[in-house]
Design a protein around this ligand. Structure first.
Ligand code: RP5
Ligand code: MG
Ligand code: MG
Length: 290
């Protein structure tokens, strides 16, 4: 399928701005499109020079494709093009130039924690899917306040921050509401999840994300890591509480057709396959085959 589906959504999030429609056959930069004239947009909140955003090009000289001070401007996808000092989306056209809602020119690095457990019945036994006969996994999902879509509780990697820390910090903020907890609660949460996040996670994805905020010059990239509570008595017992940019939080079955924010459904398919759990994709393939 053509790349950048969500990053070509006509209505640019959080604005009245419409992208220039990019048809599937023109999405690839390699296809000549002389008439292509994307709209330019950088959100006022970005232009206001918050700490997390770059200044405008011209007033500073970023070192693209390298570690620029503490800001990592390298892409997980390899070297990206820079034209007239402006980085170019490594995947395809999006119908919009500038930075939109994103702070960085070029890659904007995030991390997505995928916390899973087995679905269990009231007797504590694992639940198997009636058709695939495979065990069903559940993952911690948050409902994003910005677009009301269900998503992984991920977030941006702060400059110089280790991804392992971002994963744990964002999970604590969005799914455990650590930002609003008392010092004692924070301590208890920290103890509980440090064990889980300190365990060897399963990296399921590293690279470009088809995020609705992407532009021709700024885009999201992530590292998605799965932390699995096999016995169901580590993080499973912590009370989930939505915080920061999450409006709701809950355990969701990886079973029915999941429609999640950005590329997140894809990450969960990978987790399900690697953990030999039920997943929709697998069912579809079975039905196609027989
Ligand atoms: C997505 O945006 C990433 O996969 C990650 O989940 C998220 C990070 O952005 P914020 O949650 O900080 O808005 O592309
Ligand atoms: Mg966050
Ligand atoms: Mg977030």
């Amino acid at each position: 399928s053509a790349p950048n589906v969500k990053a070509r959504c006509l209505q640019y999030p959080g604005s009245e701005i419409q992208r220039v429609p990019v048809p599937d056959d023109k999405v690839d930069w390699k296809i000549d499109w002389h008439m292509y004239s994307p709209v330019s947009y950088t959100a006022p909140v970005v232009l206001n020079k918050p700490v997390w955003a770059d200044p405008d090009i011209g007033s500073f000289s970023p070192r693209f494709n390298s570690l620029d001070g503490k800001v990592d401007r390298r892409s997980h996808e390899g070297e990206y093009r820079v034209e007239n000092g402006i980085p170019i989306n490594p995947h395809s056209r999006t119908g919009l130039t500038g930075r939109g809602l994103l702070g960085r020119w070029g890659p904007n690095h995030a991390a997505d924690p995928i916390v899973t457990r087995w679905k269990r019945d009231s007797a504590g036994l694992r639940v198997f899917h009636p058709v695939s006969k495979m065990p069903v996994l559940q993952f911690v999902s948050i409902k994003r306040k910005d677009c009301l879509e269900w998503a992984l509780p991920g977030g941006m990697v702060d400059p110089g921050e280790l991804v392992s820390l971002t994963l744990q910090r964002e999970f604590s903020e969005e799914a455990l509401n650590s930002l609003d907890a008392s010092p004692e609660e924070t301590e208890r949460i920290h103890e509980r999840i440090t064990a889980l996040f300190g365990s060897q996670g399963l990296e399921v994805y590293k690279g470009y994300v088809d995020d609705p905020r992407n532009t021709d010059n700024s885009w999201m990239e992530t590292v998605a890591v799965n932390f699995h509570d096999e016995t169901g008595n580590s993080v499973s017992e912590l009370p989930l509480q939505a915080g920061d940019d999450a409006g709701q939080v809950q355990w969701i079955d990886i079973d029915s057709a999941l429609s999640l924010y950005a590329s997140h459904s894809h990450f969960l398919e990978v987790v399900a396959k690697k953990r030999n759990a039920h997943c929709t994709q697998l069912l579809e393939r079975l039905f196609l085959k027989y």
